[in-house]
Design a protein around this ligand. Structure first.
Ligand SMILES: NC(=O)c1ccc[n+]([C@@H]2O[C@H](COP(=O)([O-])OP(=O)(O)OC[C@H]3O[C@@H](n4cnc5c(N)ncnc54)[C@H](OP(=O)(O)O)[C@@H]3O)[C@@H](O)[C@H]2O)c1
Length: 253
């Protein structure tokens, strides 16, 4: 199947490792020009160097999405570098944690306002060209209790609601908005790699809940995100796709 991504311009926020990096690789392989970011300058530099091997134009610069003015300037820069935007995937995350108000403000600033500021920046350009695709990345922990009452889970849940509303509102502008909720995904240096090393019992319990007996890979989630971001998914709008290998213990009506 031709996804129709050749020549599209994509902005990926949170692309230095894990799912974001895998999304960037998938889109570059499909022929997209990319603008990528994360906080770590070395991380972004390495990502850009690695992504360029697919032969498309790739630009990147570090930014912290919590610094609203810097982030808005980065988004303007990315739009300028790419000459517009066809695909937006804002998936930076502050991760989990509970017991302190700082986790609420971090989750709000990074997991919610990270996507909000990016969407606000690209919508005018997408509306003018009457086309665009946005994929928001939530989590299965938004819909199913896991790991205690964490701000991360609640803030990610808000993306599912907001994404649907964006889809309804901007359909008239030719913009599609979909949401992907991954289950646990493991990669070297990622959260589940850390949990495996520090909370062995918890990690083993997650494995037992997986019908396949393993966690997901970034590439398995990235392919689903790339599909929803592509013209091949032209009739998917406001969809919420759970990508978890069957991990969640409920029926997704
Ligand atoms: N891994 C899982 O099991 C899982 C499951 C469900 C949902 N998800 C979601 O999928 C997305 C990707 O998760 P992941 O585990 O693959 O990667 P991750 O370890 O959460 O890293 C996300 C990326 O965002 C960047 N980032 C983090 N904070 C940032 C900030 N304040 N400003 C700019 N960039 C920032 C990170 O690079 P720097 O550290 O250099 O900034 C990194 O490139 C997240 O939204 C996560 O919530 C993941």
């Amino acid at each position: 199947m031709d996804l129709g991504l050749q020549g599209k311009r994509a902005i990926i926020v949170g692309a230095a490792r894990g799912i974001g990096m895998a999304v960037a690789e998938t889109l570059a392989r499909e022929g997209c020009d990319l603008a990528v970011t994360a906080r770590s300058e070395d991380g972004v530099k390495d990502a850009v160097a690695s992504l360029k091997r697919y032969g498309t134009s790739v630009v990147g610069k570090a930014v912290n999405v919590k610094k609203a003015d810097d982030y808005r300037a980065w988004l303007d820069w990315a739009l300028d570098q790419l000459g517009g935007c066809d695909v937006l995937i804002p998936l930076s995350s502050a991760g989990g944690g509970m017991g302190s108000e700082k986790y609420w403000s971090n989750a709000f600033e990074v997991d919610v306002m990270g996507p909000v500021r990016a969407v606000e920046a690209v919508i005018p350009a997408m509306a003018e060209q009457k086309s665009g695709a946005i994929v928001l990345v939530a989590t299965t922990s938004a819909g199913e209790a896991m790991g205690g009452p964490q701000p991360y889970n609640a803030m990610k849940a808000s993306l599912v609601t907001w994404g649907k509303q964006l889809a309804l509102f901007h359909g008239k502008d030719g913009i599609r908005v979909n949401i992907v909720s991954p289950g646990p995904v493991e990669f070297e240096g990622g959260n589940w790699d850390m949990i495996k090393g520090t909370m062995e019992k918890f990690y083993q319990a997650q494995l037992r809940q997986q019908p396949t007996g393993r966690l997901g890979t970034p590439e398995e989630v990235a392919r689903c995100i790339a599909f929803l971001a592509s013209p091949a998914a032209s009739w998917c709008n406001g969809s919420h796709l759970v990508v978890d290998g069957g991990f969640t213990n409920r029926t997704h009506f």
